[in-house]
Design a protein around this ligand. Structure first.
Ligand code: GLY
Length: 359
């Protein structure tokens, strides 16, 4: 299997395969751990991919229990975490547990957070099944849950023991979910790889996934706990997360971030960092993904600005944004990658969106 090694304080491998469940190496990896296995998945996957993982493990003479929660970002809550913990306690799982997260970003964030605190920390392995989880959520150790106040407001950094990416799972992914994940690939190109951005339509999806993981690897290795450089991965997310909060998490993450990428690119252009040519290229690239680019979140701008200030990157009650100098080159101001923007420029960005794109 092709491999990337993530050199964080607890290094771990990402294995890339095309048919994980036809290969005994995953079972061998787990056998060496000598752990009690608990799959955490969601209601969309418990009878499909998660069931296939259970069958695979049983075929390899391994015992495994499966725990499922209702699918969707609206269920990435403290209440769901507690329910999963109670199930694990009921089944007498202890420190020798290895949680296997099978699912998209909601599942990996949730299972990672459960693993981080269960018995003060047990092993977790990710099997991402969505494009978004393959290129983003499963890498870098961010875990957590949402609250009505903010996205991922409660959580911690907790690195998995391994990530197993099976590109074959993408075959069953609905097209809308593929587009949802592609937004994070676009983000990675915009903050770090202009050449890949220029070639994205002639490059194979496997290469895009691998390169995207390599970009994220490079960033999290240098700044595991987001003291500086890692903030770059939030490009498009200050506005994107506020949209998600105001849409009660009923909008897809990729849709909210796609709008966030356009507006934060507009901010970069209006701050005189990004050229109009690059800004237009970014807008064209976002539109080409063909996600719905509609939100009612800007209807009450004052409310939107209050939610923006709840973002984790805010300082002294000021929302901060990752801005670009050019495609592939983030703006760095005095050694930091996030900065506030004047309110009138933010208002202009909302006007631009409403005039050109709001449906
Ligand atoms: N998804 C942003 C990060 O992992 O830092």
């Amino acid at each position: 299997m092709k491999e990337l090694s993530i050199q964080t304080t607890q290094p771990y491998p990402i294995y890339f395969s095309k048919n994980l469940l036809n290969d005994s190496s995953f079972a061998e990896f787990l056998r060496q751990k000598k752990s009690r296995l608990a799959i955490i998945t969601d209601s969309n996957l418990e009878n499909s991919i998660a069931a296939q993982v259970v069958n695979y493990l049983r075929k390899h003479q391994m015992l495994v229990e499966i725990f499922s929660f209702p699918a969707g970002e609206t269920n990435k809550t403290r209440e769901t975490k507690q329910a999963l913990e109670d199930h694990l306690c009921n089944k007498k799982f202890s420190r020798d547990t290895c949680i296997i997260a099978v699912g998209g970003g909601v599942v990996t964030d949730m299972a990672g957070f459960v693993a981080a605190t269960y018995c003060r920390g047990v092993d977790v392995i990710y099997i991402p099944t969505s494009l978004l989880a393959m290129v983003d959520a499963s890498i870098g150790g961010k875990t957590g849950v949402n609250t009505p106040y903010g996205k991922n407001l409660i959580g911690c950094f907790y690195q998995p023991k391994a990530v197993f990416i099976d590109i074959g799972f993408l075959k069953t992914l609905p097209e809308i979910e593929f587009k949802n994940g592609y937004v994070e690939i676009l983000k990675h190109m915009l903050i770090a790889d202009a050449a890949l951005f220029a070639q994205q339509h002639i490059v194979d999806i496997e290469v895009l996934i691998f390169q995207s993981c390599a970009i994220k690897k490079h960033i999290v290795e240098q700044d595991e706990r987001e003291q500086s450089l890692r903030a770059l991965l939030n490009f498009g997310h200050t506005i994107g997360h506020a949209i998600e909060v105001l849409e009660n998490y009923e909008i897809r993450h990729g849709e909210a971030v796609a709008i966030g990428i356009m507006l934060e690119s507009y901010l970069s252009y209006r701050m005189d960092f990004l050229t109009r040519v690059d800004f237009d290229k970014i807008v064209t690239a976002v539109k080409a993904i063909k996600l719905p680019l509609a939100t009612k979140a800007f209807q009450d701008r004052e409310k939107f600005k209050i939610v923006l200030k709840m973002d984790k990157k805010s300082q002294a009650q000021q929302a901060k944004y990752v801005l670009l100098d050019a495609i592939g080159i983030p703006h760095n101001e005095n050694g930091t990658y996030t900065m506030p923007v004047p309110e009138h420029i933010l208002d202009e960005a909302f006007d631009w969106f409403e005039e050109r794109l709001a449906k």
